[in-house]
Design a protein around this ligand. Structure first.
Ligand SMILES: [Zn+2]
Length: 282
């Protein structure tokens, strides 16, 4: 039976947002909005990514209209040393060593690096993928929704498995109010948990027996963990970006409950600079 032997929480580029957009009650001041992803080692299958953050492909994919609107609205900064490929190289990991990428959802800041991993299998939710396919022939709507279908590898669908096709298991009581998860490997070490609302078919990843403490990557189900603990959801100004507001609030409140009750669980959002610093000992 396999196990998780390493978990890293990496910063791969950033854009800037007004703080009051990321959380109600925040300042009317520009704050860093990093793109964070997970690098996980599993004893049986090797290196796994949870999302990819930004990548060079993002700049190529947003050169022309309408996609250029995306980078115009959210200017992205990706220093050389933050590029995922460069960070992996520092750990002695080649792009070909990535065996699996778990795709939380298809917003550009989560999937920009998928083309960099030629041998990886992919896991995503079926609903999210079908919506992405729908958008692939509707570039304006896709861009307004923050989706860039041209960032998927050409053979993406031949390497993709739907999380919905894996068996689901009951979660232990300490994960309440989450009760069910998809067991990717059948050994309970990598569990996919739907976190609907932010986008169509958003997927979180729970590592119940990660090194030292359990880890739960929650993608964009909350943007700021401190704000989530205080029950401060993102501003209604970003409602147009939210797939389903009621589902978003339900996922957000579940994470709030879990964060309050289980301080040992590392809840890792995709854009929370404070959580990233704390997890990395800063
Ligand atoms: Zn995001």
């Amino acid at each position: 039976m396999g196990c998780i032997t390493d978990v890293k929480y990496l910063r791969v580029g950033q854009c800037r947002h007004l703080e009051c957009i990321a959380a109600r009650g925040g300042r009317f001041a520009s704050v860093e909005f990093p793109s964070l992803c997970g690098l996980i080692h599993h004893s049986d299958i090797g290196w796994i990514l949870f999302d990819t953050g930004y990548a060079e492909h993002f700049f190529t994919a947003t050169k022309q209209f309408p996609q250029r609107l995306y980078s115009f609205a959210l200017p992205v900064d990706l220093p050389q040393e933050q590029r995922l490929i460069a960070q992996l190289r520092c750990f002695g990991i080649a792009p070909e060593d990535i065996a699996l990428v778990v795709v939380s959802h298809y917003h550009g800041d989560h999937v920009a690096g998928l083309k960099d991993f030629p041998r990886a299998k992919f896991i995503a939710m079926k609903a999210a993928t079908e919506e992405m396919q729908y958008f692939s022939t509707r570039p304006w709507r896709a861009t307004i929704q923050g989706k860039l279908p041209n960032m998927l590898p050409e053979d993406y669908f031949t390497r993709l498995n739907y999380v919905d096709d894996f068996g689901s298991i009951d979660l232990p009581n300490w994960m309440s109010p989450f009760s069910q998860a998809f067991d990717f490997l059948g050994d309970g070490s990598l569990l996919g948990i739907p976190l609907p609302g932010h986008s169509c078919g958003q997927l979180g990843l729970l590592l119940p027996d990660a090194v030292g403490r359990p880890v739960f990557f929650v993608a964009d189900a909350c943007w700021s963990l401190p704000a989530c603990r205080e029950g401060r959801a993102p501003s209604s100004l970003v409602n147009f970006l939210t797939h389903n507001g009621n589902a978003y609030r339900a996922s957000f409140m579940k994470i709030k409950q879990l964060a309050e009750r289980e301080p040992v669980l590392a809840i890792l959002p995709s854009h929370c600079v404070k959580t990233w610093k704390e997890f990395n000992g800063g």
